[in-house]
Design a protein around this ligand. Structure first.
Ligand code: UFG
Length: 348
């Protein structure tokens, strides 16, 4: 019998890639998603890659009664990977209550229901945003947690605390908190990828849409930072590599290999890459130019951050493997696939 894993936010960007990796590793993922920032077509992509159509229910995790019903109906779930959350930093500043209610209530409902259905294991999507602007680089899991720069960031910090307190109080429960750096790229099949609604906030979808001619120019936010070329530095990690880390984390808890009831891992490559370097690496990987201009700094941006991922490498036996070039090529393949689908729809 395949081991059942609930993936909340399983039609989202990282969630869908993780569902694919879980299926390929022999698990049975079940998906809950309210499609607030994804679409139902993602399920087709998952089926095309894996040949499997996972159980899917459109449930809002804030709805305790529906969630309870879901667990009643789907007994035997052994672990939860909780991706479902609102994630736009800028939006969270404008709509703080939406972020606190959505991200916190959803987690509280899951944690309250876990013991009722004998589910002991949870993997949580956290973020390097919890480190703020670190004093020293690269950041390790021991680097201090800094005041967040947005309500979104605070929800990640609070959720980490809520999980840690709950695990401490609840014998037998275990959690792994995964702090992601900047996930980019798409599945090599281009059947799933990042699909932001409207104008993208994140760098890579903006780069590919500009390369495609959907946007006129990439605006690079700030070229007067204290970095070698003046633009911000991030640790960009391939989304499939990131997804694989979730399979390792779930297996670690199910196989009782975790060292402590709550473990924290940085998931990054260990390499810092500037915005300008992304633009030139994209050209090198795809042959396509990305017109850009420099624009004022974006409020709340961190100047530079990259991971020390050696703890995850050693403890999880996991490593980000894809090259930046291959990852950027996968972004482009996905953008071209989206265009093809769009053109087909226009001509239908
Ligand atoms: N950038 C541009 N132009 C754009 C978009 C982004 O220059 O049009 C720059 C940003 O200023 C930043 C870099 O590209 O320097 C990366 O920006 P992203 O928006 O892609 O990513 P962030 O690092 O700002 O945010 C990401 C996630 C958050 C997470 C955060 C943690 O989107 O969810 O990393 O640091 F919290």
């Amino acid at each position: 019998m395949k081991r059942k894993i609930l993936v909340t936010g399983g039609t989202g960007y990282i969630g869908s890639h993780t569902v694919v990796e879980l299926i390929e590793a022999g698990f049975e993922p079940l998906i809950i998603d309210n499609l607030s920032n994804s679409n139902i077509g993602v399920l087709d992509g998952i089926r095309k890659i894996t040949g499997v159509s996972p159980v899917y229910e459109n449930i809002d995790l804030k709805d305790y009664a529906s969630l309870n019903k879901f667990f009643q109906k789907n007994q035997g779930i052994e672990a939860i990977i909780n991706f479902a959350a609102s994630k736009a930093v800028g939006e969270s500043v404008k709509l703080p209550l939406l972020y606190y209610r959505n991200n916190i209530t959803s987690l509280l409902n899951l944690l309250e229901l876990m013991p009722k259905y004998d589910i002991n294991n949870i993997v949580f999507s956290s973020s390097c945003t919890v480190y703020g602007q670190p004093d020293t680089l690269p950041v390790t899991e021991q680097s201090p947690i800094k005041p967040a720069t947005s309500p979104y960031g605070y929800t990640k910090q609070m959720c980490e605390t809520i999980i840690s307190d709950t695990v401490r109080a609840c014998h037998g429960m275990k959690a792994i908190l995964l702090r992601y750096f900047n996930p980019i790229g798409a599945h090599p099949s281009a059947e799933i990828g990042e699909l932001p609604n409207g104008v993208p906030n994140n760098l890579l979808p903006y780069v590919t849409q500009t390369a495609m001619g959907i946007r006129e120019k990439l605006r690079i936010f700030g070229n007067d930072y204290n970095t070698p070329d003046g633009t911000c530095i991030r640790d960009y990690i391939n989304v499939v590599d990131l997804a694989k880390a979730h399979v390792v984390a779930v297996s670690r808890m199910l196989d009782k290999k975790n060292r402590k009831p709550v473990e924290v891992f940085n998931l990054g490559t260990g390499n810092g890459v500037s915005v300008l370097e992304i633009v030139s690496a994209f050209k090198a990987a795809t042959g396509v130019d990305v017109p850009y201009e420099f624009a004022p700094r974006r409020e709340g941006d961190i100047e530079k951050v990259w991971a020390d991922a050696s703890y995850a490498n050693k403890e999880l036996g996991w490593k980000a493997e894809a090259s930046l070039e291959d990852t950027l090529a996968s972004c482009w393949k996905w953008e071209m696939k989206l265009k093809e689908a769009h053109d087909k729809e226009q001509n239908a």
